[in-house]
Ligand binder design. Sequence first.
Ligand SMILES: *Cc1c(COP(=O)(O)O)cnc(C)c1O
Length: 853
Amino acid sequence: MSGNEYFLEVRPRLPAVFERLEELADNLFYSWDRGVRGLFFRIDPELWKRCGHNPKVFLRRVAQYRLDELAQDPDFVLRYQDVLAAFDSYLDPTVTSPREREIQGLDAEGDLIAYFCMEYGLHESLPLYSGGLGILAGDHCKAASDLGLPFVAVGLMYRQGYFSQTINRSGGQEIHLNPFSLDELPVLPVMDEHGDQLQIQVVFPGRMVAAQIWKVAVGRVHLYLLDTDVAANTAEDRTITYQLYGGDRRMRIAQELLLGVGGVIALRRLGLAPSVWHINEGHSAFMILERCREWVAAGLDFQAALEATAAATVFTTHTAVTAGHDLFEHDLAADHLRGLAQAMDVTVEDLLYLGHSPQNRGRFNMTALALRGARRFNGVSAVHRDVAARMESHVWPDVDPAENPLSFVSNGVHIPTFLAREWVNLFDGHCPDWKAHLDDAEFWERTIQRIPDHRFWSLTQSLKSEMLADLAELLDIQYRRNNFSRARIEGMRRVISAENTRPLIIGFARRFATYKRALLIFEDMERLIRIMGDPERPVILIFAGKAHPQDMPGQALIRRIHEISSQPSFLNRVFLMEGYDIALARKLVTGVDVWLNTPEYPLEASGTSGQKAAINGGVNLSILDGWWAEGFDGRNGWGIAPHSDDLPSDQRDLVEAQDLLDMLEHEVIPAYFDAGPGGYSTDWVSRCKASMYTVLPRFSAERMVLRYAEDIYAPAASGARELTDSEGAGACELSEWKARVYAAWTGVSMAWAECPPDAIEGDTEATLRVDAGLNGLSPEDVVMECLVTPEMAPDAAERVYRFSASEVSDSGFHRFVLDIPAPENGLFRMRVRMYPFNRYLQHPLEMGCMRWV
Ligand SMILES: *Cc1c(COP(=O)(O)O)cnc(C)c1O
């Protein structure tokens, strides 16, 4: 046979009663609402799976007779109507959903948060993500929708998405690009006033690049996606939005220019006026320059424009790995920034300066741009905050990283998305208002503790059984495609089987980046073989993950795990699954007993997959890094203390691996297999329960977004208003003042006017006198303060006392005086410092200037 093939699609006609299935298929509400997914599943379970859980594809393939049949099935029609009613009330602005919150400091009418990210992981049917960052951004949008936050998101419409992965016979990762047709995705064209798809234009080197806009409905929130695959562009420019993290540096900067600059232009074309702009990881930081350009066009000079822009900008950094920061050679950056520089009447060098960082001379650093163009910054866990604060301390050169303006909001996961259906059903039955208590720790402890142990155990085991059934099917496909022997397939089938829930199953799935140390557990193979080899106490290890196509060491990890999984001693004990995506992640985190994570401290930033496992009753066995350093309480899993500070890296890996194996051998495995009369270990169940009720309220995306909203977005909105009201008068004043202070600061000095007292009586005051040479600044331009801590309690909160300015000496020194009331008796440490002060500053130390006496 030869000749071309043509496709003919025969589409079903939706019976009138089911017309609104289309609407359900067009809102990512289905990604977390089990009622909607249940409908599609009930129509045709097999087809639903074959369509990759994509409702749009499903509705084009489903058999006509099945639709007609169900249209006559009162039971199904009733269920369908219930789902629609829930959907309508979720979207109805006049109905308050249980998860909605009054957000302190934000005005639902006047404020709008614009969120920019390079990737979004909402559901497997919309593969615009590569890993944790994307899933986090997806969860952020979902929680924003739940909470009723005024929120809009911006990203890129990757025509081929991120690659999907298979693993071949020899453990090689094979990548597959999936050019999908957009009418099979839950995206809708945004139209302009003439009824054409809305297009915007972005200035690129020597040309304009056009992008059309798509809209994704995520519950009540809209995500707008830019797409350069339009006829107006050259063939090359059409490819800008083909692949997530594909292509070379030129492609990357094109994507980032489009996202940052084009994203702002798109929101303006849509008539939106965000009051806060959130840069989620540095990729979208060019938005700062476009917004500066707008302010310059409105009449501000460049520095004032930068102040006005930055006050309304929030930047979240996600990488603790230095190589994870986006850098562009100056020539490349200059090419792409020239248009913006001209529009703002500044030099390209002025713009390049915004991206400079000490370790990367000659290259433009997107993180540095984000730090200079934002006034609120955060890392994604407590550990990561400190790492990032040190890494970025060059932005605030005089300030101790411990107190520079970088804060943190720990990452969380969207509970309705990642909580297994069985748990949802249980809570729906026992405490129907659970969705209104997502961040209520006492509620969860009470609720989970009330579940009888045997019930809890059997629920986790049935989830495990379901997972095993699904994994067996997937491994079967993988093994057959790779021509594995019948014996090998049957061996796998015996172990990975819905009936075989007895083994302790440990999961490890995430991107195969080297710092995540997927091989750590194999550091001492002999010992691991011994630990896993006890026939009475079977243990199974399941691995999954993608490596970036250009990450050769990452792909070597996959090959090595493949090899190990084929060695006789690990055969049918270690499994490597291909095709890690959000669907496989959901399966694994709901079914495994133990979630393993062994990153190299302190590089994990946060990590979120362990949170997904915990909320489903799994326990974490992980290095105390990222979120787990906060989440672990000694009882809700196992924490491995890192040795990064005391050992060189090769020894550190060995020691941490031994600690891991110690825990596995002496604690985890015995705890799991120590079955009592009920056939399960009560100790194990109590740990699972603790894992669930401690993690669920603290590491939900709902709690995370609420923290962003109240602690970061709200102050950014009001701080920016002060600077930008009256056509930016505040911003002009602030930028002129900053210029004056920076120019004067090198000449600023301070010295004791008289020696501070070294002892006083308990009921008196200590008087401190300091002279400051202000180099032309006035005392109102600075704050001088004394920090006092008790010698015996160095960790106690510092007490801070402010000096007042008194007289000016003949030689021009300003005398500052402070009377400190004697604290309780004892020895105290005092330090005196001075830094610039202006009421328009968004953070007291934002200028990074400080003097100590
Ligand atoms: C949750 C999730 C991640 C994040 O995993 P980490 O272990 O936190 O890095 C990555 N990929 C997918 C598909 C996920 O669902």
